[in-house]
Structures are given as C-alpha cells and as structure tokens.
Design a protein around this ligand. Structure first.
Ligand SMILES: Nc1ncnc2c1ncn2[C@@H]1O[C@H](COP(=O)(O)OP(=O)(O)O)[C@@H](O)[C@H]1O
Ligand SMILES: [Mg+2]
Length: 283
C-alpha cells in the first residue's frame, strides 16, 4: 500500500515559495482596483507591499486571503497548493493568517479568550465541546489555555491575559491580533498596516517584533505598511503598487531610489503618503 498523499506538504518537505500570486486582477464594477499583479513571498521572508492610498494594497490582500475572488486567470498558491477560490476560513486553516487594517477583536472577551477563539477552528471540540465538558474536551481546553498564554507571552502581553481586549492599549491590541493570527499555526502572516496609530517608539519596537515572529515562529511575514521608516528597516523585499499596478519591486534601496516610486509618492499630496527618500537612519 502506498502512503496516502495529503494536500498539505509536511514542514520538512523542500519548501516552495510560501505564497505566490499570479496575475491577480480585482475589479469593482468598472474600477480595476488591482491590475494583473504577480508576486512571491519566499519561505521565511519579510516582505512589504507599499503604495499611496487607494493603490489597491488591501484589495490585493483580500484576494490572497479568499475574501475576494480574483478575476479569471488569477491564481493564489499557498505552500505549493492552489487555494484559488477557497473560502477565507479554509485558506486560513491551510496556513495563511492575517490581521486587519481596522482592529477586529472581541472587545468583551479577555485577551486569552480572544486567542482561544482563534484557535478553535483548529480544535476538535469547538465551543460546544467546551460547554459539555467531556474529559478529552476538558484536556483540549486546558491545552488551548496553555498555548494561548504562551502566545500572549511571545507577543509580549502575557500580563494582560485576563483583561478585556478593549481595555488594552492600542499597541497591545495590535499584538493581540498577531497572537490570534499565530494561533492558526500559519505559514504566512499578513499584517495590514500594523503600526497605524503607533507612536515612533512603539513602531521601532514593532520592527524588532516582526523579526522575532519570523525567526522564532518560522513564518513568512507580508506587511502592508504606511510608515516608511518601518518598511525600509524591516523588509527584505518591497513591492510597490500604484493605481492597481505593480510599478516596482526590489530591496529597500532599489525601491527608494526608483523614479517611478518617487513620482507615485510625490504625485499624491496627502501627508500620510509621504515617502522619505533620504536615508534617515543616521548610522
Ligand atoms: N469593496 C469595494 N468596492 C468598491 N471599490 C473598492 C472596494 N474596496 C476598495 N475599493 C477601491 O479600490 C481601490 C483600491 O482600494 P484599497 O485596496 O483599499 O487601497 P489601499 O489599501 O492601497 O489604500 C480604491 O480606489 C478603492 O476606492
Ligand atoms: Mg488599505
């Protein structure tokens, strides 16, 4: 008898790109929000997607995670598996976890409960089993509790485990969202504007945090990020969208000096779209 082949390759199998998107187009009525964009997230890399407001970044994310269907011809491949057309839950359980541009937590649950709820899509018993309280379900629940506490410690908010999510500071809510994403044991984590609303000190700490997530959880991280000092410090590779099209791709240095990128940013006058062209690291 041959071994049954599973849809998801084991972690030790030779790694294809963690995620690749081919020819993704998303249209809303007459508006082409994303126009034939292809891109790859290498295994255990940190890559960013940038571009002025309205460039199509979030729409592109939504096409990757299954929230939107790409137009005909588009394909999303996660860890070697074609996930195009699958539901967001299915795609998440296959290894693509995300946070949202606007924080989405259960405000009246504790931090620990928020993580456990995220985890329940992976547990056998689900919420009902927990209520019924059979022995193996209680054991599963206890394990979930321990994993939740471990994840909260990992993201640096272990002390807030039993506080309501809504009472956490903004930065801590962002970290809780990351803990929820990691609860799915993902291969790739997508973070949509994670430092929005953070002060410079929190943002700097976040850059370090993203590195730790990648190194210790062995995931790839794909960021949409407004803060250019964060983007330039954290990204191994940057893809730039403008009006739905990919206009540049490369290292921070290549992108920063790319005339099309400079023009895209300077051409839009909104203050929060400003790209810092000069190297401001001062090292
Ligand atoms: N659900 C939607 N329905 C119609 N138009 C949308 C929708 N979502 C986004 N758009 C439009 O698509 C374009 C890209 O938006 P978005 O992906 O949110 O950009 P970004 O995240 O880069 O700021 C914008 O013109 C926006 O108005
Ligand atoms: Mg957006």
């Amino acid at each position: 008898m041959t071994e049954t082949q599973t849809a998801v390759p084991e972690a030790e199998a030779p790694a294809p790109a963690a995620l690749s998107a081919e020819n993704i187009t998303v249209t809303f009525g007459g508006l082409v929000a994303v126009n034939d964009v292809s891109f790859t997230v290498p295994d255990q890399s940190i890559v960013s997607l940038i571009g002025p407001n309205g460039a199509g970044k979030t729409t592109f994310f939504n096409a990757l995670t299954g929230l939107y269907q790409p137009d005909r011809g588009g394909r999303v491949v996660l860890n070697g598996l074609d996930v195009t057309g699958m539901s967001p839950n299915r795609i998440a359980s296959l290894g693509l976890a995300r946070t949202f541009q606007n924080i989405r937590l259960f405000n009246l649950m504790t931090a620990e409960e928020n993580v456990k709820v995220a985890m329940h899509s992976h547990l056998k018993s689900g919420v009902f089993g927990t209520v019924l309280g059979l022995p193996w379900q209680r054991r599963e629940e206890r394990e979930a509790h321990e994993v939740a506490l471990e994840l909260l410690d990992f993201v640096g908010i272990g002390k807030t485990a039993y506080e309501y999510a809504r009472n956490l500071s903004y930065g801590d809510q962002r970290r809780l969202e990351v803990a929820r994403a990691l609860a799915l044991k993902p291969r790739v984590v997508l973070l949509d504007e994670p430092t929005a609303g953070m002060n410079p000190r929190e943002s700097a700490a976040f850059v370090e945090f993203v590195h730790r997530v990648r190194d210790e959880r062995k995931v790839s991280v794909l960021l949409i990020e407004h803060d250019m000092s964060v983007v330039m410090r954290v990204s191994e590779r940057i893809t730039v969208l403008d009006r739905g099209e990919k206009i540049a791709e490369g290292t921070a240095e290549e992108v920063r000096t790319n005339p099309r990128v400079v023009e895209a940013y300077l051409g839009s006058s909104a203050g929060d779209n400003h790209i810092t062209i000069a190297d401001e690291e001062g090292e």
